[in-house]
Design a protein around this ligand. Structure first.
Ligand code: NAD
Ligand code: MG
Length: 397
């Protein structure tokens, strides 16, 4: 039996997925890829399968599966090809993996990520939407499964690094932690005159000043919904009240987040804005491995600035704080409405400033009840999506 860590990557063709494979490629003695999944990018997935030879590969539909099987057969690769959402769970449970990189974007990643948590896998969590939607349910599943949970989102990975090692074993003791400070670049529209935001295009919204990411998270970074989702993510991961989680605009993206302690200390994690750092940390924890990232040169930095976010410019951030404080199903509703609004914006079917309008109307239109089961969460998600589509249609009529 191999002593290598066996890794399944959910969403291997995306930005996080390809960065994960880059880190793994540099450490063949430590890691073995046993499952890869993608929605539609069959050619890219085929290349990954040819290189890493996983046992299982999963795509979104039958036509993509047929194409992938043909591409792999031509290269005599014996990877089993499956398709559909149930097969994503097979990639977690039947690939004999130890570690699951949860890097599908949006609610589509919820069920396989939950399956990984319940099965006691080591979960590398990039898919923040899954945690925002299912909060307590997901954290309970992790505890019951007994696997390690490593945050990959750079801010949460930074905070994880700045907390005492024993923190996650007894977060309720707080260990002297007073506040978590999440940094945010402010995105491409940080200084755009408010009067011009109405004309903002998907291309402009996706042109992030510091990070290269998938389209959905790039738009979320422009609206700062991303930071809002991250506040809720931090609440579940680290168990501090929302009031103790602060957001700071830090345009240089060098300090990835900070923890303020009761003795006056503030501990920060710094580095290049490169996701290979948190990915390598998650893969190798508690060790550290080379991530292929340029060293940070402090002498080449001219300044590190921190300011409070302007909530008039970033209404999505306020809405996320509102949903986080409401609790229950509100974060799932917020997330679903945002996913629909962002997809419509990327499709040129909704204006940039209307993203927050859609989210606000849906969030205020649905009664925030308690999230007691997965069914409740999926029902709230579906209801919020339908309502968001209605709101968008009304905005057009
Ligand atoms: P991406 O769009 O680049 O990639 C998404 C991946 O998920 C792709 O492999 C795609 O094929 C797959 N996918 C998409 N829809 C799917 C569906 N319905 N069913 C199955 N698979 C599907 O996204 P990304 O930027 O890599 O982000 C992935 C996740 O990581 C997101 O939740 C994001 O918030 C989080 N994250 C990303 C970054 C980053 O730097 N990119 C940083 C922090 C957190
Ligand atoms: Mg982040």
């Amino acid at each position: 039996m191999s002593s290598k860590q066996r890794v399944a990557i959910l969403g291997s063709t995306g930005s996080i997925g390809t960065n994960t494979l880059e880190v793994i490629r540099a450490h063949p003695e430590r890691f073995e890829v046993v499952a890869l999944t993608a929605a539609k990018q069959v050619e890219r997935l085929a290349e990954q399968c040819i290189e890493f030879k996983p046992r299982l590969a999963v795509v979104g539909d039958a036509a993509s599966a047929k194409k992938l099987s043909e591409l792999l057969l031509a290269k005599q690769i014996s990877t089993t090809v499956l398709y559909g959402s149930e097969a994503l769970i097979s990639a977690v449970l039947e690939s004999d993996c130890d570690t699951v990189m949860a890097a599908i974007v949006g609610a589509a990643g919820l069920l396989p990520t939950l399956a990984a948590a319940k099965a006691g896998k080591r979960v590398l969590l990039a898919n923040k939407e899954a945690l925002v939607m299912s909060g307590k349910l997901f954290m309970d599943a992790m505890r019951e499964g007994g696997g390690a949970l490593l945050p990959i989102d750079s801010e949460h990975n930074a905070i994880f690094q700045c907390l005492p090692v024993h923190f996650s074993k007894s977060p309720s003791l707080h260990h002297g932690v007073e506040e978590l400070w999440l940094t945010a670049s402010g995105g491409p529209f940080r200084n755009t005159p408010l009067s011009e935001l109405g004309q903002a295009t998907p291309e402009q919204a996706c042109a992030h000043p510091n990070w290269v990411m998938g389209k959905k998270i790039s738009v979320d970074s422009a609206t700062m919904m991303n930071k809002g989702l991250e506040v809720i993510e931090a609440y579940w991961l680290f168990g501090l009240p929302i009031e103790k989680i602060q957001v700071l605009i830090h345009p240089q993206s060098v300090v990835h987040s900070m923890v303020r302690y009761c003795d006056g200390s503030v501990i920060a994690q710094m580095g290049q804005p490169d996701m290979r750092t948190p990915i390598a940390y998650g893969l190798a924890w508690p060790d550290r491995i080379v991530a292929g990232v340029e060293p940070l040169s402090l002498t080449q930095l001219t300044a590190l600035n921190f300011t409070e976010p302007d909530l008039l410019r970033f209404p999505c951030l306020s809405l996320a704080f509102q949903a986080g404080k409401q609790g229950g199903l509100a974060p799932a509703v917020l997330n679903a409405a945002n996913e629909i609004a962002v997809a419509a914006f990327l499709d040129n079917a909704l204006g940039y400033v209307q993203i927050s309008e859609v989210v606000e109307r849906v969030l205020n239109g649905i009664e925030p009840t308690v999230a007691s089961s997965l069914e409740d969460i999926l029902e709230a998600d579906a209801k919020a999506r339908t309502m968001a589509i209605d709101v968008i249609q009304h905005l057009h009529s």
